[in-house]
Write a protein that binds this ligand. Structure first.
Ligand code: NAD
Length: 423
């Protein structure tokens, strides 16, 4: 048996590879193509030395992985998180390829990460880190090569710094180098909300199929950052009661329904941006959050949260994966034998990259769309993707995750096959 490659040290990467292997038989994937899809095309690891506010120099490790360059520029978020490693980034890049495939976007998948804790860094330190990272990855990024966007621990401001650094290097303003930037800099209206909105479009389709009215449903959401908070807002807008939420600092519950607008105000006023201590709810143990009885459970924090230990204890009708990779394969096997309607990550959270694509197109054309145009187009593409995946799942009698992977992988595989192998 060959030695594991450097990516395979990561359980998240092994999880992505297991999924690829499982779906290969289902779509008669040519083994020669499967071999190419199992390893990311290009990866860069760099040391990022920056001056901290206390005058000392600290060196952070940064990664950018481009899984596939077959379908167009590669596209994917940049994550700031303490334990991020090359394997995690490679897995996230692979999932981006399948996601873009499902949504028929002209992109390959990519992802980036810097091992750091943004919650403990000043704005100045984060700016220096971001600018130096951009400089380090300059040889492999570009609006036609690789386009970054926010992910866990990064936001519009991070994208603004990347945009500025890249533009200074090339000598002219190039907004299409990143998506998810501030609207004043050519960002797309509705991009910040797009992932959470897409999650809720999918949830509403699943509720309709199960004949549950949104106002009769309850929701539990893990993670109250970009994806989690917008998901809560959108659910509340449609009358669904959000009864428990949690973040990296703790979890809260109010079975009468949490006032989401008040919670967002509370979190924004908190230096750590945490839900802990919110007066309109009681504290609960983190371990009890995901197993709280509810109609819809939305993991919207990070990968590998639903495991073989807690999967059988879930008490929801719908599992809507806002985060990437929140369910381990062992947990997935347990869920596929249950009556839980799983909306898999590569479909459920694809609204973010979809509106990123709208932003990139607008920047290239220098023509801005209205809020209504963005949201209607997002809705149309999300519903189309949801129903294509649902149909394949029903026609073939396979779980939603396998159907989503089948569609996503097949799209990339066909493109690779048609282009052939160079030279
Ligand atoms: P974010 O940094 O804005 O928020 C992350 C949230 O998760 C925070 O509330 C944080 O406290 C919480 N969290 C972190 N570790 C946790 C833990 N161990 N337990 C419980 N909560 C924890 O990040 P985000 O952009 O909302 O991304 C969340 C997930 O959604 C990630 O998996 C990301 O890859 C995925 N995603 C994001 C986007 C996007 O557009 N931002 C698009 C697609 C997928």
């Amino acid at each position: 048996m060959s030695e594991p490659n450097l990516f395979e040290q990561s359980p998240v990467y092994r999880m992505a590879c297991d999924q690829l292997r499982d779906v290969a038989g289902l779509i008669d994937l040519d083994p020669n193509i499967a071999e190419r899809l199992a390893v990311p095309k290009r990866s860069l690891v760099c040391a990022i030395p920056i001056k901290m506010d206390n005058g000392e120099t600290e060196v952070f490790i940064g990664y950018r992985v481009q899984h596939s360059l077959t379908s167009g520029a590669s596209k994917g978020g940049l994550r700031y998180s303490p334990h991020v490693d090359i394997g995690e980034v490679a897995a996230l890049a692979m999932w981006m390829s399948w996601k873009c495939g499902i949504m028929n976007l002209p992109y390959g998948g990519a992802k980036g990460g810097i091992a750091c804790d943004p919650a403990t860094m000043s704005l100045g330190e984060k700016e220096r880190l971001t600018r130096r990272f951009t400089e380090e990855v300059l040889p492999i990024i570009g609006p036609r090569t690789d386009v970054m966007a926010p992910d866990m621990g990064t936001d519009e401001q991070t994208m603004a710094w990347i945009y500025d650094t890249y533009s200074m290097k090339i000598g002219y303003a190039c907004p299409e180098i990143v998506t998810g930037k501030p609207v004043e800099l050519g960002g797309c209206i509705g991009r910040r909300e797009a992932t959470g909105r897409g999650v809720v479009f999918c949830i509403r389709e699943a509720l309709a199929e199960l004949k549950i009215e949104p106002h009769e449903a309850t929701a539990v959401v893990q993670g109250f950052g970009n994806v989690g908070s917008v998901t809560c807002e959108e659910l509340a807008k449609h009358g669904t009661k959000v009864i428990a939420v949690g973040d990296r600092y703790g979890s809260i519950r109010n079975t009468n329904g949490i006032d989401v607008a008040a919670l967002i105000r509370y979190v924004n006023a908190d230096a750590r941006k945490s839900v802990v201590g919110f007066p309109g709810a009681e504290a609960i143990a983190d371990a009890d959050l995901l197993t709280t009885p509810c109609t819809v459970l939305v993991p919207a924090a990070m990968e590998r949260q639903i495991t073989k230990e807690n999967a059988a204890k879930l008490k929801c009708r719908i599992l809507a994966e806002g985060a990437n990779g929140p369910t381990t394969p062992e947990a997935d096997a347990l869920l596929s034998g249950s009556d839980i309607f799983v909306i898999p990550d590569i479909l459920c959270n694809a609204g973010g990259v979809t509106v990123s694509y709208f932003e990139w197109v607008q920047d290239i054309q220098q023509l801005m769309w209205s809020h209504t145009q963005v949201n209607e187009k997002l809705r149309e593409l999300m519903l189309d993707a949801f129903h294509r995946v649902r149909k394949m799942s029903k026609d073939r009698g396979i779980p939603m995750r396998m159907a989503a992977l089948g569609l996503g992988v097949k799209k990339v595989a066909i493109e690779k096959q048609r282009r052939g192998l160079f030279p």
